[in-house]
Design a binder for this molecule. Structure first.
Ligand SMILES: Nc1ncnc2c1ncn2[C@@H]1O[C@H](COP(=O)(O)OP(=O)(O)OP(=O)(O)O)[C@@H](O)[C@H]1O
Length: 609
């Protein structure tokens, strides 16, 4: 663990050196107090001299002042290091996490991962920011004190040392147990957190199904589980502390008996015995302190292990090592002129076809014999041998029964997953040859459940393009037919939307998500249509917003309702991961049995034919 931690501490080694110097200085000064005590007894009490006592006290006073200054530096520097290093680890961990593909988060609970970023790193902070310094100080005191004990009286020292082997063995034995139990304990705490997070996030469902008692019971089971493991760890540590204390204090008592007899026999001065006892108490105290910290270090080692594991998780989807020159996708250049007159925003949009004519014959996006199976279901292809070519500017509706593979198709286009066989090309370049960020910035995704963050309307709109101007944002909002409801919000654009935008209706969220996509001005659009969840008026607005958004862009739209497919160039019908048919609505009604059935099921067929 130390070796691993060193990479984070190394940048701050100057501070570490200052901390260590302060540490050594304070430990030395603490030990030299023993000489002060000897002076006070031999020069003051035993000689019955007030001047001697005052002089000795002066020395002690000086040592105490110097010790306090050292303590200030030691504490400040060491705590600084702890906070700094943990902030760095947290940042590294987080930036690593956001680079991992979504599949990682399907296999690992979000709450559990959060606990690693917060609880585990806090444990490390305690260790670096206090326990290490505490341990080091005590180790130094131990070594220094022991040396001074040997110098002042070998016989008494040997008596004290008799107990050492009896302390070392339990220390190692219990230490290992504590480490294992700490890991278990951290795991349990993480799952308690994950549990609470999930149920609180879906509180409406919990309450609507009146499952409060059940979640309470399950949560208390998890919490009790964590308590049980913690209890085992605590009892191991308690045994260790009691054992060490008994042995150490026993040996000090033995030494006091022998030493006291020597003073009575006149073979040792009272001051020497007092100094020796002082050293012995320091040594025993520091040993006890080290054993206590040892348990804590073991706990932190468990935490470090979990953090290391997470950092070692490799993203299996990465940008290529050698960066290829960027590809300019054919799309539409949109020049908008926005001016404000009498407080009313006016916009004239001039659209130029760019390269689309030229590439009408070429495919912009191609799926070549592509198959994908989810790792958890390797035998069942979610998409099978897909061959499809989509031209620039074309709009494709993706339809099919539930589980047909429509969402999987979007995941593959955004390269959240890689196909096991075949490939996907955009502009003739296979996806793995694209720089990931460049690839994804070609797309705008409007998911079925729009994702809004706990921020105000303005920040949510600018999420994909933080440097958009005010006029651009307003133009996008207008195009998405969202201006009216935003203006009616209590604080307009500054209104806070609550977690996941809970303060908005479904249709309003959808229109914000569309405005966000318009602002992003992508070449390729991925729409997971959600109009089915909306009332007629909201649907009308959302449909209008979508029409504006789709104009001139290459669009994939998952159409849950066949009403949507009226607006598209071609319809791709999927079933069980296979592309069954492709064509216009009329062609498919004539040729595709599955499509006809889907259309009939939606009672749309008469109206649409
Ligand atoms: N993360 C996952 N792990 C394993 N299997 C998955 C995962 N996501 C989806 N599947 C499976 O892959 C298949 C295709 O799912 P997909 O979500 O693409 O369907 P869909 O057509 O979008 O369905 P719907 O219209 O209901 O959203 C389904 O059988 C589904 O159970």
């Amino acid at each position: 663990m130390l070796f691993w931690l060193w990479q984070f501490v190394r940048p701050y080694r100057m501070r570490l050196i200052v901390a260590i110097i302060a540490l050594i200085a304070t430990a030395t000064l603490t030990l030299s107090l023993g000489q002060g005590v000897k002076l006070m007894i031999d020069e003051g009490f035993s000689s019955q001299s007030t001047v001697g006592l005052a002089n000795a006290l002066g020395v002690v006073g000086f040592i105490i002042v110097a010790m306090s200054i050292g303590a200030y530096f030691r504490f400040y520097m060491v705590s600084w290091l702890g906070e700094r290093v943990v902030a760095d680890i947290r940042k590294k961990l987080y930036s690593h996490l956001v680079s991992l593909p979504p599949s990682f988060f399907e296999d690992n609970l979000a709450g559990e991962i959060q606990s690693r970023v917060t609880t585990d790193t806090t444990l490390l902070q305690t260790v670096i920011g206090s326990s290490f310094s505490f341990a080091l100080r005590n180790i130094l005191t131990f070594i220094g004190g022991l040396t001074l004990m040997f110098i002042s009286n070998i016989k008494l020292t040997l008596i004290v040392l008799l107990v050492v082997p009896f302390i070392i063995f339990p220390l190692i034995y219990f230490g290992r147990k504590v480490k294992k139990l700490s890991r278990d304990s951290q795991d349990k705490i993480a799952s308690v957190g994950a549990w609470a997070g999930e149920s609180l996030q879906h509180i409406k469902v919990v309450q609507a199904f009146t499952r409060e008692d059940m979640v309470n019971e399950q949560f208390s089971l998890a919490a009790e589980g964590a308590f049980d493991v913690a209890l085992k760890r605590i009892s191991q540590r308690a045994i260790l502390i009691a054992l060490v204390m008994m042995l150490v204090m026993g040996s000090v008592a033995g030494m006091l008996f022998v030493g006291g007899s020597d003073v009575i026999a006149g073979e040792l001065s009272a001051g020497d015995l007092a100094a020796f006892v002082f050293y012995a108490i320091m040594v025993a105290g520091s040993l006890a302190a080290v054993t206590e910290v040892y348990g804590e270090v073991q706990r932190a080692a468990g935490a470090a292990e979990r953090i290391r594991e997470l950092l070692a998780t490799e993203a299996d989807i990465k940008s290529p090592m050698t960066k290829l020159p960027p590809v300019e996708l054919p799309g539409i250049i949109e020049t908008s002129e926005i001016f404000i007159e009498d407080g009313v925003v006016e916009e004239t949009v001039t659209k130029e076809e760019f390269a689309i004519e030229k590439s009408k014959s070429e495919a912009l996006i191609e799926f070549n014999n592509m198959s994908y199976a989810y790792p958890s279901r390797p035998d069942q292809n979610a998409l099978e041998k897909l061959n499809l070519a989509v031209k620039a500017g074309e709009s494709i509706a993706v339809v099919g029964p539930s589980g047909a593979g429509k969402s999987t198709l979007f995941d593959l286009l955004l390269r959240f997953r890689d196909p096991q066989s075949g490939d996907i090309k955009i502009s003739g370049k296979p996806l793995p040859e694209w720089d990931l960020q460049e690839l994804r910035s070609q797309f705008a995704l409007v998911p079925q459940q729009p994702v809004l963050f706990s921020a105000n309307v303005w920040d949510n709109l600018k999420y994909g393009r933080p440097n958009a101007t005010e006029a651009e944002v307003i133009a996008a909002v207008k195009a998405a037919h969202a201006e009216e409801f935003i203006e009616q919000l209590p604080d307009g654009y500054q209104s806070f939307l609550g977690e996941q935008g809970v303060k908005l209706s479904g249709g309003q969220k959808q229109r914000l998500a569309i405005a966000r996509a318009i602002l992003l001005d992508p070449k390729i659009l991925l729409l997971d249509e959600a109009t089915s969840a909306l009332d007629a008026q909201s649907e009308h607005y959302v449909q209008q917003a979508l029409d504006t958004l789709m104009k001139g862009r290459t669009t994939f739209i998952i159409a849950h309702r066949l009403a949507t497919v009226r607006h598209v160039d071609r319809i791709a019908v999927f079933d069980h991961g296979r592309l069954m048919d492709v064509g216009s609505h009329d062609e498919l009604i004539a040729s595709s049995e599955l499509y006809r059935r889907l259309a009939e099921l939606q009672f749309q067929v008469k109206e649409m034919v």
